[in-house]
Design a protein around this ligand. Structure first.
Ligand SMILES: [Fe+2]
Ligand SMILES: [Fe+2]
Length: 145
């Protein structure tokens, strides 16, 4: 069983890829519509499962609380930006600037998770538990999808 860090990193890499592909789409195209639906579903399931497993565990450790709270608030911002995009027509000139704001926030968030939060979590969560969390995350994410 991979650790939670390996499982999350793999998801992040696929999110980075779909964000990059979306950035290259234009107007009201089937490609934009399809990639956006995939990205939204993926990001929502990932953040929900991440909160229910990884961040719930980190939140229960006093030394992990601050980072966990920070991340959960960034998830809320991302979900709000997704809501704004939902209300914007694919053909609107406002779509791409809004999308790029979301893309930047998500990229910053994933980098921060990998570079700062995983580092802190590795000190607080023992290896066997990190593997259990990996499994729990995959189960939760599947249920969200
Ligand atoms: Fe996250
Ligand atoms: Fe994440």
């Amino acid at each position: 069983m991979p650790t939670i860090y390996e499982v999350l990193k793999k998801d992040h890499d696929s999110h980075r890829e779909v964000l990059k592909r979306l950035d290259a789409t234009s107007g009201d195209s089937p490609e934009r519509e399809e990639l956006y639906a995939t990205m939204k579903q993926e990001v929502e399931a990932h953040t929900a499962a991440e909160e229910e497993t990884f961040y719930a565990t980190l939140m229960a450790r006093p030394e992990g609380q601050e980072k966990a709270r920070h991340s959960v608030s960034e998830h809320k911002e991302a979900v709000d930006l997704l809501g704004e995009l939902d209300d914007t027509a694919f053909s609107s000139p406002g779509w791409l600037p809004r999308f790029r704001k979301l893309k930047e926030e998500l990229e910053h968030h994933m980098d921060e998770e990998e570079n700062e939060i995983f580092k802190r979590a590795r000190k607080l969560i023992a290896e066997p538990e990190a593997r259990e969390l990996g499994e729990a995350f995959l189960e939760r994410k599947q249920a969200e999808l």
